[in-house]
Design a binder for this molecule. Sequence first.
Ligand SMILES: [Fe+2]
Length: 226
Amino acid sequence: MFEPPKPAKVPTLNYRKLQEGRDYWVQDNFLPNADEISERAFARTDWELGFPHAKEFWPGMRSHNLLSPAEMAEVEKWVKKVTGMKKLWQPEAPAGAKLNHNCAQLVGENESGPRPHTDSRKLCRFAAVIYLSKNPKPGCGTSFYRLRYPNGTLGGNQCTPPHNNLGEALGVSKLPLQAWHEDFSVENVFNRMILYRADLVHSATNYFGVEHADKRMTALFFWQAS
Ligand SMILES: [Fe+2]
């Protein structure tokens, strides 16, 4: 049977089969004052604009310092407990890069779609999202992906050293969405926390809403850890 010639260099990634409690953690009813924090997030006025409004990779808009230091301390207590890490911190982002830790992110259905990526290994080991929309649309949580080759074979899902991000690991700046197979997804539920290894290929599954109050609101966090 005729087989088309293979490209000289096929991008490869390590495949790590995701295990809850090792690679990701989900906790419902996470914030004791989720209603208040959700209202606080929607009421913010100090938004920074991302894609498609500005030349940024990240979508929609973001507002910083959503949780108070006391609220952050409770979040970090939980992160340390479930991951077994002793120390969490945010490294200084290199010039031109921004670490959007503890920010509200609001993204509507017309602003972006799924964009599988890994977070810079230089900047974080764990990332987390708390869903803060009261009436989320189904299929708009967080998804994890693995490579899918044109012949249907499935590949890896992890950015491993010495690479810091997917672009370095794959040798291309971007792959089309069809190059990714959704391995599994976590549904968007109000006040659900999902924490995950930031080196695993992930994305928002999708976004929803057109009006400010109806869009997909999340709180985002990034940590280095040891
Ligand atoms: Fe990410």
